[in-house]
Design a protein around this ligand. Structure first.
Ligand SMILES: [Cu+2]
Length: 160
């Protein structure tokens, strides 16, 4: 690339607005790859925020997600959405299995993180760190992207 081309490319890059896209490449810990961590905008701090993520276990040993922690919530928990007699409930989940060779997701309608006692309201495009603790792989930190209220999944711009 010529110097002029380089300068142009640089100029364009700097003019681009900050595009909100989740960490689709992810972070690894042993055989696990954790990616697409996202949450939703909150109005104030009274209601809990959600936390969704994808976890791939490329190894031959089962693992389990046993906890989450984040500086933005005093009481983060793992929940599972279950429908019983047509009524949705969200019992606390002690752990989420991550079987060998499988990819599991915390996602709307299933397992999810519930970030209670928020210390800050979440606004669109911001990120916050969250630490996932696995029984075998240990603790892994990933940046979580805050998506609009209506978001149903992380957007990866084709780089999934
Ligand atoms: Cu919940």
């Amino acid at each position: 690339m010529t110097m002029k081309g380089f300068a142009l490319a640089l100029g364009c890059a700097m003019l681009l607005p900050a595009i909100a896209s989740a960490d689709c490449v992810g972070v690894t810990a042993g055989d696990l790859t954790i990616s697409k961590a996202w949450s939703r905008v909150t109005i104030g701090t009274q209601r809990p925020a959600v936390f969704y993520v994808e976890i791939r276990n490329a190894g031959k040993t089962d693992d389990r997600l046993i906890g989450i922690e984040t500086p933005i919530a005093g009481m983060p928990m793992l929940h599972q959405t279950v429908i019983q007699d047509g009524v949705a409930a969200m019992p606390h989940a002690e752990a989420v299995d991550v079987p060998a060779g499988k990819t599991i997701s915390l996602e709307p309608g299933g397992y999810h993180g519930m970030l209670m006692e928020l210390t800050t309201a979440l606004s669109e495009g911001q990120t916050f760190p969250i630490t996932l603790t696995f029984e075998k792989a240990g603790a892994v930190e990933i940046d979580t992207l805050v998506l609009p209220m209506r978001a149903q999944e992380a957007q990866c711009d084709g780089a999934s």
